[in-house]
Design a protein around this ligand. Structure first.
Ligand code: SF4
Length: 566
C-alpha cells in the first residue's frame, strides 16, 4: 500500500475532531463509503449521521472511505494500492460490509470506480468477499439503477433500522452462512431490499412484470423513525475544516416538509414532518458553536421549525454564526430577518421556483407574486445586500411565457431590492423524481430547456443580475438515472470507464425514450416495490390537481390522513 496515500489520509485525520476509533475484534466491520471526494462527503449530514449511528452500535465498528482525489489515482495505479479506510487504513475488501451512502444520482458513476479500486467485483453476482450495500436519499427514491451492483439496500431512515441489520449480519457471520443464506436472512427485515431476489420482464422502456423469487417479500417497507427524539441529533460528529462547507458544524433540526411542492422528492420522502425537541437541537447547536463557531441548521423545511427564533437567539447570545439550509419566504417577518442578520446571515436565499403565479399553483408552491415582493421589501429593509433566488425551468405545463416570467419577476425584484445590492439567480432544469406527483411526467426537451434558459439570460443581460444555471445536457443524465431500471447498470459501468457520452453510444434511443416519455397511470414503475407510506393513488391525484392548477393545503399533522403516511 502506498505510503504517500496513507500519509495523505493521516494528514486529513489529524485535522479532524470526533473521529471514532474502535477495536475490530468481535464486531461487524463496516466501511461507510461516500461515492465522491472527502470534502463533499464530510459536508454531507446524512453521511455523518450514519457514521455516528453505526459507531453507536456496540457490536459494530464503522470506518470511512471516499472517492480518491483525481491527482491520487496515478499513485494507486503505480503502487497497485487498493482503496482503504481512513481510520485504520484497512483495505475495503477486509471489511464485512461496504456500505455506500448515496444522496445524489450523479455520484452513481463513481461507485464502479470505487469498487474496482477496492479490488472487489463490481457486480453482485460475480462477487465473493464483503457484502456491498447502499442507502441514502437517491437509492431510497429508486434503488433500481444500482440493483446489479448492490447485494442489498437499506431503504428509509437509518435511525432504528441499522441495528437489526448489524445484528443479523453478526449472527450470519457467527454461523458461517454464505452470501445467499445471509441475504435470505436480511430479506426478512421490512426495509431491506435484496435486488437479486426479483426478476423483471421488460417491454421496451416499460416493465411488463416483476416476480419476487424464492419467497422474497412483495413490498419493501421503508423504515421511518416516527419519533426522532429517540435518536441522537444528526450533526457533524466528525468535524473538520477540510470540507466543502468549511468551518460549519451542521445540525439537523427537523425532517419532512409539510408543504407538498409537487416536484420535491425530499418533501414527500421524509413525510410526515417531524420536529426535534428544542432542548436537543439547542444542545447540538451549542456543541457546534463551541467546536466551529458557525452552525448550519439543516432540515427539509428548517425555517418552519417551531423554535427557530429561540435557536437563533441562543446562537447570538453565544456570539456564534447560524445559517439555515433553506428559508421559506412567507415565514419571513421583521423579527426573523433581524435575528438572521444578527446571527451572521449575509445572503438570503429564497426559492420562488417559478416565474408566474400560474406555475406556482401547478407545483403547489403556495406563494403568490405579491408575497414574494413583500418579502423582498422586508429583506431590503432589514439591510441585507445579497439575495439568491432559485428557479426551475421545464416544469409540467410551462410555456415560453412562464419561463420568461422568471426574468420578468427577477427584474421586479431587482427594482425593489437595494440599489447596489447583489442578486444571484440559480436556474435549473426540472427533473421528474420518483415518489413525487410528477413522477409520471417527462423531462422537457433539452432544446426547449436550453432555449428558455437562454431567453432568461438574455432578458437579464443588462440588469446586473448574475445568472447561474445547469444545462439541459447535465440534467438529462440525472433525469435518466432518477427513473431508470436495472438495465442502467451497463450504462453506469461504461460511463465510469469512458464517460457518459461514450456510454450512451448505441443506447441513445432507449435513453431518450426513457427520459422523454410520460408514464401511464397503471404502469409498473421501477420503484413500485418500495413503500414510503404515501399512497400511489395520492400521488396520481396530486399530479392531476397540478395539471389543473389546483392547490393542496399543507400537512395538518394529527388531523389528517389524506396521503397515507400518518
Ligand atoms: S397524512 Fe396528512 S399530515 Fe400526514 S404526512 Fe400526509 S398530508 Fe401530511
Amino acid at each position: 500500500m502506498s505510503w504517500n496515500l496513507k500519509k495523505k489520509a493521516r494528514e486529513l485525520l489529524s485535522k479532524e475532531s470526533g473521529t471514532v476509533y474502535k477495536e475490530h475484534g468481535g464486531r461487524l466491520r463496516v466501511c461507510l463509503v461516500y461515492p465522491n471526494r472527502y470534502g463533499l462527503g464530510m459536508a454531507n449530514l446524512g453521511f455523518q449521521a450514519v457514521y455516528g449511528l453505526l459507531n453507536n452500535i456496540d457490536n459494530c465498528v464503522c470506518e470511512r472511505a471516499f472517492l480518491p482525489e483525481k491527482e491520487d489515482l496515478p499513485e494507486y495505479e503505480r503502487t497497485g494500492s487498493q482503496l482503504f479506510s481512513f481510520e485504520t487504513q484497512t483495505p475495503l475488501r477486509e471489511f464485512d460490509l461496504i456500505a455506500f451512502s448515496a444522496p445524489f444520482e450523479d455520484d452513481y458513476f463513481n461507485i464502479p470506480v470505487i469498487l474496482k479500486l477496492a479490488g472487489v467485483q463490481v457486480r453482485s453476482l460475480d462477487r465473493s468477499g464483503p457484502l456491498v450495500a447502499a442507502g441514502g436519499v437517491a437509492v431510497g427514491l429508486n434503488p433500481e439503477p444500482l440493483a446489479l451492483f448492490m447485494d442489498f439496500f437499506l431503504v428509509g431512515d437509518a435511525e432504528g433500522a441499522a441495528q437489526p441489520v448489524i445484528d443479523r449480519l453478526m449472527d450470519c457471520r457467527a454461523k458461517g452462512l454464505g452470501k445467499h443464506e445471509t441475504l435470505k436472512t436480511l430479506d426478512s427485515i421490512d426495509w431491506v431490499f435484496v435486488p437479486s431476489f426479483y426478476e423483471f420482464e421488460y417491454d421496451g422502456i416499460h416493465i411488463k412484470s416483476v416476480k419476487a423469487l424464492d419467497g422474497a417479500k412483495k413490498t419493501v417497507k421503508a423504515s421511518k423513525a416516527r419519533d426522532l427524539d429517540q435518536f441522537p441529533v444528526p450533526q457533524s460528529f466528525v468535524y473538520t475544516p477540510c470540507t466543502e462547507l468549511p468551518d460549519t458544524y451542521c445540525v439537523e433540526a427537523e425532517r419532512g416538509c409539510p408543504r407538498g411542492c409537487r416536484f420535491c422528492a425530499a418533501g414527500f420522502l421524509y413525510l410526515p414532518p417531524r420536529m426535534r425537541e428544542e432542548k436537543k437541537v439547542a444542545e447540538a447547536v451549542n456543541a457546534g458553536l463551541k467546536r466551529a463557531g458557525k452552525v448550519g441548521l439543516v432540515g427539509t423545511a428548517v425555517s418552519e421549525y417551531p423554535a427557530i427564533k429561540e435557536i437563533l437567539k441562543r446562537g447570538i447570545d453565544e456570539g456564534g454564526t447560524i445559517t439555515l439550509s433553506s428559508l421559506r419566504l412567507d415565514e419571513l417577518d421583521n423579527e426573523f430577518l433581524a435575528l438572521l442578520k444578527e446571527a451572521g446571515y449575509r445572503t438570503i436565499t429564497l426559492a420562488p421556483e417559478a416565474g408566474t403565479d400560474r406555475m406556482r399553483d401547478i407545483v403547489n408552491k403556495g406563494i403568490t407574486e405579491d408575497e414574494i415582493m413583500e418579502s423582498v421589501r422586508l429583506i431590503a429593509e432589514a439591510g441585507f445586500t445579497r439575495l439568491k433566488l432559485y428557479f426551475l425551468v421545464g416544469l409540467p405545463e410551462e410555456t415560453d411565457e412562464d419561463a420568461l416570467g422568471i426574468a420578468v419577476l427577477t427584474k421586479k425584484i431587482r427594482e425593489a431590492f437595494r440599489k447596489g445590492g447583489e442578486i444571484i439567480l440559480s436556474v435549473n432544469p426540472f427533473v421528474p423524481k420518483p415518489f413525487t406527483p410528477f413522477q409520471w411526467h417527462r423531462f422537457e426537451d433539452a432544446g426547449v430547456v436550453d432555449r428558455r434558459l437562454k431567453m432568461i439570460k438574455r432578458e437579464l443581460a443588462k440588469t446586473g443580475v448574475k445568472v447561474t444555471d445547469m444545462s439541459a445536457k447535465e440534467a438529462f443524465m440525472q433525469a435518466f438515472l432518477a427513473r431508470a431500471d436495472r438495465r442502467a447498470a451497463e450504462i453506469i459501468e461504461k460511463a465510469s470507464e469512458s464517460g457518459w457520452k461514450r456510454a450512451m453510444k448505441g443506447m441513445e434511443s432507449f435513453i431518450e425514450e426513457s427520459v422523454y416519455s410520460v408514464r401511464g397511470r397503471d404502469e409498473i414503475l421501477p420503484w413500485d416495490i418500495i413503500d414510503h407510506g404515501v399512497k400511489k393513488g395520492y400521488f396520481w391525484k396530486e399530479f392531476q390537481k397540478g395539471l389543473e392548477g389546483k392547490q393542496t393545503p399543507p400537512c395538518d399533522v394529527g388531523n389528517c390522513v389524506r396521503c397515507g403516511v400518518c
